[in-house]
Design a protein around this ligand. Sequence first.
Ligand SMILES: Cc1cc2nc3c(=O)[nH]c(=O)nc-3n(C[C@H](O)[C@H](O)[C@H](O)COP(=O)(O)O)c2cc1C
Length: 366
Amino acid sequence: MTVHPPLEQIPADILAAADYEDRAAQHIPPPTLAWLAGGSGTEQTLRANREAFITVRITPRLLNNFQTASTCQSLCGTSLEHPILLAPVGHQQLLHTEAERAVARAADATGTCMVASTLSSLPLEDVCAATAASKWFQLYWQPRREDTLRLLSRAEAAGYQAIVLTLDTPVQALSRRAHIAGFRLPSDTPPNLAECKPLPQRALAPGQSILLHGMMSEAPDWDDLEWLVTQTRLPVLAKGVSHPADAVRLKTLGVAGQIVSNHGGRSLDGVPASLHCLAAVREAVGGNYPLLLDSGIRSGTDVFKALALGADAVLIGRLQGYALATAGALGVAHMLKLLREELEVCMALAGTPTLSDINPGCLMGD
Ligand SMILES: Cc1cc2nc3c(=O)[nH]c(=O)nc-3n(C[C@H](O)[C@H](O)[C@H](O)COP(=O)(O)O)c2cc1C
């Protein structure tokens, strides 16, 4: 199958943000597409994320006045023109030569914020310097605290406005789909981790598990989280929250905001759709506390449903990758523009002029 280079203009047949998914197959080699699209295990959670959005229904209201309509808001000190952020997606050079630099330009052009991954193809300083717009840095905990600290202080010095600490993947395997397609991650260490060192190998006692006693001994725990939030002047958000009790504890320990997420069905397979976890987490943390959602969003009505169930904003993972591979910065900016327009159409038809008008009452009960 021929893989076409990224386009320099938007194809006329892309009319909805979700259209980038089909289109991207022409621009991404099949093994890389399997890595991007796939989920863990038998992909139950990947499917559940999509099904959840389909089962939630909106109840439109009539005749509301839109003179003060707006999609703007501020989250953890970052001003946004609309509630659609770009999720951290590592290794973007696999999708486009301009990688995270292209995504940064797209975020800037569309009034939103990108979250740059620890596993970015480009150094975090280069990504931040690509535009003047606000950016957040996604942090993966490193086995040695000094390496985690170095990443934090580099992110602060570079000018990121918040830290997003991902907690749902202390271990992660390549998906079955990616394995079967023959995908391999780049063998080079991602540039942000070039100076990080592994811990000396821990001798396992007979009968101990490499995973549970080896790898998991390097994963962060609650004490590490408590320490981490005291080590930076930036707000720290936790990504990968599903359980209300975790959400309450994170909030109590000083976490400034949270992302309800199951890593787009790429972490533990068999967990519920993130959309279905959202209302309980919102109830647990209370109002007036930044809560975002990702996992499964493919349209503006999906964004609306997430906001109605308690999210202040959402993040976009795979659609970002599909649009990047299809048409670089232009593609990602266009995808975001379409999502925003889809959200605005939904707000107009549902009768909700502002984001704060979108609440559970906008949804139909079962
Ligand atoms: C190819 C790929 C790479 C990802 N890399 C990261 C990463 O480096 N850090 C992280 O916190 N999440 C990562 N994620 C998860 C996303 O941030 C996000 O949680 C997920 O993609 C949202 O689901 P969606 O793809 O259905 O929008 C990655 C997701 C994909 C698809």
